[in-house]
Design a protein around this ligand. Structure first.
Ligand code: SF4
Ligand code: SF4
Length: 521
């Protein structure tokens, strides 16, 4: 075996992450982020989305919807006590939970569709965590000032002013938290009644507990933890990576035109070196609510809120350069432009390769086109989403609001009466699923010579009877069916309970079995 000397052993560029001098803590302390206020089209869009989502959340429980005198008039209500879900003109019973499951599946497929086309738009614009953090930041900026003022205040000693500002901020955050928890419980009870009960101390304990828990979680997640919820607690950043491909839009730093970055472009150019559009001003970093630098490439933390796009566009406007140094871009376009800027990958980025002699972008530069995000995968998601939606809609429009269910008595299966006739007992459940009283006619079909009687009701025995059913209620009847011995044609005969609302022509049927002893024939 050939023996190497010391100088021939390759030295690797590595150093111990944990050493005697530096031991890494189990948990790194949070570094505070002070996002700077920004303006621009994405910020305006975010304001709009925030106003709409918060408006929907806080105002919906106060909308009224007239369902007549026998049902609540709250447009959206989860009536747990009566096991009903009211959504404007739709009323869902527990056995119709598949509508809710269908809506959840639609939401899931919709999320896949959105993520595969425009990346983490959910995270950046509509996720409650994002919306509430934005709201909490509005309060923080209004009280403590923008980034620099907040950083100074945070680093400064505790003075009466600092204490007053901090107390005010946290008090308003707590009020927002309480309003958030309060709005949530209004979805489960009549809002005007419950608000009065909450303030007079007469609401149910569970209402106070729910408000308290949601106040605490909103305050903690939105005010104190902020970006840490997205980075460490939410599974979505990990899952979404599987849904992105090279044609998904993501917020991208276009280093093919930005690098080499320099604060002293003129000096660098005078020295004969090429320089990109990035002036290394860090405006994009200062506005980022996640505290990252998009110039480091795609990162798990990036919620694609696009505020860095606004910040950088503002800088480009001031410099008289094209907007879009940071932009929504697809990986395929980015890669194509990088190949152009690096002469096929053979050199570092040379921005002059993507421009003409006039300083304009070369025709070879790939630009985003809307058709790129429509691809087989998005069509499959759209198809699934539409099919589920249409199926639910069809089912909703054609569903029965009158149902009958029947349970045959198990013990005894039948009784032989003194005249030799056979009697079977049934529990008949009539479901009136509209908020109006109805008179339901129950008729038996088949079972020759048979007749029904209702236990505890003075309905005359016969093959049909009418019975009132309260609005939005299930009525249970104990029904005996009797058949003379000479009419019995088997140990198990089938017949039908038919229920009908003569005024609306709605009907339902249930096929039941009539049992008799073998010897009765
Ligand atoms: S990098 Fe840009 S898009 Fe991503 S979170 Fe920060 S500001 Fe938002
Ligand atoms: S805002 Fe634009 S120019 Fe300024 S550092 Fe960020 S990418 Fe560069």
């Amino acid at each position: 075996m050939h023996v190497l000397d010391n100088t021939q052993v390759e030295r690797l560029e590595a150093e111990a992450v944990n050493s005697a001098k530096v031991r890494q803590p189990m948990y790194a302390a949070r570094k505070k982020i002070f996002p700077k206020r920004t303006t621009g089209s994405f910020r305006r869009f975010k304001w709009l989305v925030m106003a709409i989502t918060l408006g929907i959340y806080y105002l919906i429980p106060w909308l009224r919807w007239d369902r007549g005198p026998f049902a609540p008039d709250q447009a959206v209500l989860l009536d747990l006590a009566n096991r009903r879900f009211y959504f404007f003109f739709i009323e869902i019973w527990p056995q119709e939970f598949y509508y809710v499951a269908g809506l959840l599946i639609m939401a899931g497929v919709g999320l896949f569709l959105i993520t595969s086309t425009v990346g983490r738009a959910w995270c950046g614009y509509t996720c409650p965590q994002t919306v509430w953090v934005d709201l909490f930041l509005v309060v923080e900026r209004a009280i403590e000032g923008d980034r620099n003022a907040r950083m100074r205040l945070d680093a400064g000693p505790w003075t009466a002013r600092k204490l007053a500002l901090r107390v005010s901020k946290h008090a308003i955050w707590l009020v927002i938290g309480a309003a958030t928890g309060g709005a949530w419980v209004f979805y489960f009870a009549d809002a005007p009644t419950l608000v009065g009960e909450l303030f007079t101390g007469t609401a149910a304990p569970v209402a106070y507990i729910t408000v308290a828990v949601l106040t605490a979680t909103t305050y903690t997640f939105g005010g104190l933890m902020r970006e840490q919820v997205c980075t460490y607690m939410c599974p979505w950043p990990r899952i979404q990576a599987a849904m992105l491909d090279e044609n998904s839009l993501t917020v991208t730093y276009n280093d093919w035109r930005g690098e080499p970055r320099s604060r002293h472009a003129k000096k660098v150019q005078a020295a004969g070196q090429s320089v990109g559009d990035c002036v290394d001003c860090n405006a994009c970093v200062a506005v980022c609510p996640m505290g990252i630098d998009i110039r480091d490439g795609q990162q798990l933390e990036c919620i694609t809120c696009a505020l860095c796009i606004d910040a950088c566009d503002g800088v480009m406007d001031k410099l008289g350069r094209e907007r879009g140094l940071i932009s929504y871009a697809t990986l395929s376009d980015y890669n194509a432009n990088m190949m152009l800027a690096t002469a096929g990958g053979s050199s570092s980025v040379n921005p002059s390769l993507v421009r003409t002699a006039d300083g304009l972008f070369s025709d070879k530069v790939a630009h985003f086109h809307i058709r790129k995000i429509f691809r087989p995968r998005t069509y499959v998601y759209m198809g699934m989403w539409s099919l589920i939606g249409l199926g639910l809609l069809y089912s909703l429009l054609t569903r029965d609001r009158l149902e009958v269910n029947v349970l045959h008595d198990r013990n005894p299966q039948f009784v032989t009466l003194s005249d030799g006739s056979i009697r079977n007992g049934y529990t008949v459940k009539l479901l009136n699923m509209i908020p109006e009283p109805r008179t339901i006619v129950v008729t038996m079909q088949g079972l020759q010579g048979g007749e029904m009687s209702v236990v505890g009701d003075d309905v005359k025995a016969g093959r049909s009877f009418a019975i009132p059913v309260e609005p939005d209620r299930l009525k249970m009847l104990k029904v005996f069916v009797r058949q003379p011995a000479d009419q019995i044609h088997g140990a198990a005969q089938t017949f039908t309970f038919r229920v009908e609302d003569k005024s609306s022509f709605e009907a339902d049927e249930y096929t039941a079995t009539f049992n008799a002893p073998e010897t009765a024939r």
